[in-house]
Ligand binder design. Structure first.
Ligand code: SF4
Length: 331
């Protein structure tokens, strides 16, 4: 695989006071293919945002490597990273965080163009209007303050700002979770269209597996700091190999009300465990409906179970295929 950005055996820890350390990312191997979208999916606290920020080298890993465009940037200092930053940009869940409420949207977009590209005031303003139009906003949005825009318009403006420096990598961290349902699909479709138009590489961090799967080439599922399944999106959605992925898929409502009424659902026991004290063996075993004795003592490796499709479950590939909620849990 020709990857633009790669995590190798990545570990990220945070100190929480004397003797308390949280391992937010624990031994992740993941490659984001060039000019493609990889969706990183999981519940809150699974470590997906921390992994995204570490790939951008906002966080420094405790162990493992981060490679960007084939170059090991794990130990780069801030001066070297500053020169690299225009090539990697982030779209945040809350676009207010990237759009200064005290300046107009046009000024917010023009600022990096002046600072990093050396454009004059008029040229930067003109380019800001072009960027807004490229994300489906009228050029007149440039003269407005962020608080006067709807949530969807603000997120489009946030995406335009992320594109201002023509990055190669875009990390979109829950870009639609603050939006209403009808706007979500539009913004996700826009990200997909921009990826094709600008030949971007996108890491889409999300918790809606079905929505992310629709616009992604590959999907990685995280659970308590580890990737438990990763593979081509259509394959992973149609033939999930890890019981946690099956459970996430089961939580997605079916658009057909007749199927929705009768389809089997999986309700997982309890809450995800804390990364401060992850369970022994397979971290999913206390909630897994098909756990056996071995699961509590032996951590399953992330291994290839189908071509280009990896899963960390002792029984992945042995379960009936396709692995549907009905097949596993007999619903
Ligand atoms: Fe469930 Fe065991 Fe597979 Fe973990 S290894 S997902 S506990 S069956």
């Amino acid at each position: 695989m020709n990857a633009l950005v790669e995590a190798r055996a990545l570990v990220v820890r945070f100190g929480l006071g004397p003797g308390r350390r949280l391992t937010a990312v624990d031994g992740v191997d993941l490659a984001v293919p060039r000019h493609a979208t990889l969706a990183l999916v999981g519940e809150s606290g699974s470590g997906k945002s921390t992994l995204g920020l570490t790939l951008l080298r906002v966080h420094r890993p405790a162990a493992g490597r981060v490679l960007f465009d084939g170059v090991d940037i794990t130990d780069w200092d801030e001066r070297r990273l500053r020169a690299l930053r225009p090539r990697m940009q982030m779209v945040l869940q809350d676009p207010y965080a990237s759009l200064d409420p005290h300046v107009t949207v046009g000024e917010a977009l023009a600022e990096p163009l002046r600072a990093c590209r050396g454009l004059g005031r008029a040229a930067a303003r003109e380019r800001a209007v072009e960027l807004l139009e490229s994300v489906g906003l009228p050029g007149s949005t440039a003269g407005r303050r962020p608080h006067l825009l709807s949530g969807g318009q603000r997120q489009r403006a946030g995406i335009a700002r992320a594109l201002a420096l023509e990055p190669e990598l875009l990390i979109a961290d829950e870009p639609v979770s603050a939006l209403d349902v009808s706007t979500r699909a539009q913004v996700v479709a826009l990200l997909d269209e921009l990826r094709r138009r600008h030949r971007l590489t996108v890491l889409l961090i999300a918790h809606d597996l079905a929505l992310a799967g629709q616009v992604s080439d590959r999907v990685a599922v995280m659970y308590v700091g580890q990737v438990v399944e990763e593979g081509p999106a259509p394959d992973l959605i149609r033939l999930p190999q890890h019981p946690y992925t099956v459970a996430l898929l089961s939580a997605t409502p079916d658009p057909d009300p007749r199927i929705e009424r009768t389809r089997p659902r999986i309700t997982l026991r309890g809450e995800p465990p804390s990364a401060l004290r992850p369970p022994s063996g397979c971290r999913f075993h206390p909630r897994c409906p098909i756990a056996r004795d071995v699961c509590a003592v032996s951590p399953p490796p992330l291994r290839e179970v189908r071509t280009g499709h990896r899963a960390a479950c002792h029984f992945a590939g042995e379960l009936e295929s396709p692995v549907t909620p009905t097949r596993i849990w007999g619903g």
